[in-house]
Design a binder for this molecule. Structure first.
Ligand SMILES: Cc1cc2nc3c(=O)[nH]c(=O)nc-3n(C[C@H](O)[C@H](O)[C@H](O)COP(=O)(O)OP(=O)(O)OC[C@H]3O[C@@H](n4cnc5c(N)ncnc54)[C@H](O)[C@@H]3O)c2cc1C
Length: 419
């Protein structure tokens, strides 16, 4: 008899979204996270308005705002020359007239706490080492419990991989490392104080070696997150202040903004970064969030895709199990044997197939176009020179900038408003 209905690996936005959605419906969920929460995360920390409906359904919208989330009403695209175009978010989203920004340490902690409150068993410092199989069907995971210093096995018929872009469960070694040596992309992030006048906006800077953004988060701090090519990173010895001097400071406005800035806390780094869609399942393991593919950070929509794919996987599971969203009904369905003698906690191969098919359908209808648009922009992201050119063009063309921002968030370019 399995210990749980589903085991979710990774406690970021994708994993917690799936955990909350399944637990709210009465499923027995185990959520394993290798880090201790709260944990910081390399991210632009920009939460688009398209996240809000999911945050409401998960029961965390109010808490996110109360935790000090900053309102973002504009995105400014700034070319190396300092030439700037501002796009009002009210013209780019149907969900809300503004976005928000909040540190990932706080945001992910809220989601993790909510998952536990919804009934999921949430275990921190538990690093999943491998998936266990029964023939070719997953039947559980083996994890290292880091605090106790011992290995443990947990059984469930459904395994969800939400362990992010470096997943070892569903992503091969080759796929994790993208690009030619020397031209790969890396990212750096830190919180700053003393940044010159930054209002309710995200500033996205383009420079010949990459691009990056500034956004206000809680406690009067500014999040700086940027991407550079490998050559620049290496020639600066990987030292963040020298990397900034050799890249970001080539943007005139960024140089002004960062004149008196001081780092608070530590630097985070990541890379080489691999972008694009991967696969929604591998060996019967369902992949969500970055584990299923990584949209270019330029779009600022990775969190939304993570939250939604978590929900979609949960919806597909509940649908396949014949359960509905109402917790009462689902709790009964998940906990009691059915009249036909089938234990709903057993997941037959055909049930698993229908979960996968339904999840793939949902994913295609919501994200396929968007991934394609982002894929076109990736041509720019992989070539810092092209990124500079594209950034320069966008920064001269308000209409185009607004169109692109909308298209990368909805998959459809549409009306935009700009200055
Ligand atoms: C430079 C950059 C800037 C970005 N800026 C933005 C932005 O401004 N807005 C936005 O929406 N998106 C942004 N993104 C994308 C966003 O950060 C991701 O899309 C998002 O974090 C994906 O969430 P996730 O839950 O899939 O994965 P993650 O947030 O990566 O969470 C995965 C979790 O799994 C845990 N884990 C990993 N392996 C194991 C294991 N073996 N066992 C147990 N736990 C494990 C990790 O510790 C982690 O907590 C950015 C990305 C980059 C690279």
């Amino acid at each position: 008899m399995p210990d749980y209905d589903a085991i979710i690996v990774g406690g970021g936005p994708a994993g917690t979204s799936a955990a909350i959605s399944l637990s709210q419906a009465g499923a027995r969920v185990l959520l394993l996270e290798e880090k201790r929460m709260p944990r910081g995360k390399l991210c632009g920390e920009f939460i688009t308005p398209e996240c809000f409906p999911t945050l409401e359904r998960l029961g965390v919208m109010g808490r996110t705002l109360a935790a000090g989330a900053q309102k973002i009403t504009r995105v400014s695209l700034i070319a190396s020359s300092g030439k700037c175009v501002q796009t009002h978010l009210s013209g780019t989203s149907n969900d809300a007239p503004c976005a928000i920004s909040l540190s990932r340490a706080r945001f992910d902690q809220i989601l993790f706490g909510r998952a536990a409150e919804a009934g999921a068993e949430c275990v921190e410092s538990a690093a999943v080492k491998q998936c266990l199989f029964d023939g070719n069907r997953p039947r559980g995971v083996e994890a290292m419990l880091l605090r106790a210093g011992k290995r443990a096995r947990f059984l469930a018929p459904l395994i969800i991989d939400a362990s992010g872009r470096n997943s070892r469960l569903t992503i091969g070694q080759r796929e994790r490392v993208a690009g030619r040596r020397g031209s790969r992309l890396y990212a750096l992030k830190a919180h700053l104080k003393g940044v010159e006048a930054l209002d309710n906006e995200v500033e996205l800077f383009f420079f010949p070696q990459g691009y990056g953004g500034l956004a206000r988060v809680e406690d009067d701090l500014i999040n700086l997150c940027f991407i550079v090519d490998e050559r620049t990173l290496k020639s600066a010895g990987g030292d963040p202040p020298r990397v900034i001097e050799a890249s970001l400071m080539n943007n005139r406005l960024a140089r002004e903004r960062l004149r008196g800035a001081e780092v608070v806390g530590k630097w985070y780094s990541a890379g080489p970064l691999a972008f694009g869609k991967r696969r929604l399942a591998s060996n019967g393991i369902i992949a969500i969030g970055d584990a299923s593919g990584m949209i270019d950070p330029f779009t600022g929509t990775g969190i939304q895709i993570a939250l939604r794919t978590g929900e979609m996987a949960a919806e597909s599971i509940l649908e396949a199990m014949g359960a509905s969203r109402e917790a009462q009904v689902c709790a009964t369905r998940f906990s009691a044997p059915q009249p036909n003698g089938v234990d709903p906690r057993e997941c037959s191969p055909s049930t698993l197939d229908s979960v996968m098919a339904s999840y793939a359908r949902r994913y295609r209808s919501e994200f396929s176009n968007r991934m394609k648009v982002a894929g076109l922009l990736r041509i720019a992201a992989f070539s810092p020179i092209a990124a500079g050119v594209v950034g320069g063009i966008l920064a001269r063309s308000p209409r185009l900038a607004s169109f692109v921002l909308r298209a990368t968030r909805s998959g459809n370019g549409a009306r935009g408003e700009s200055e």
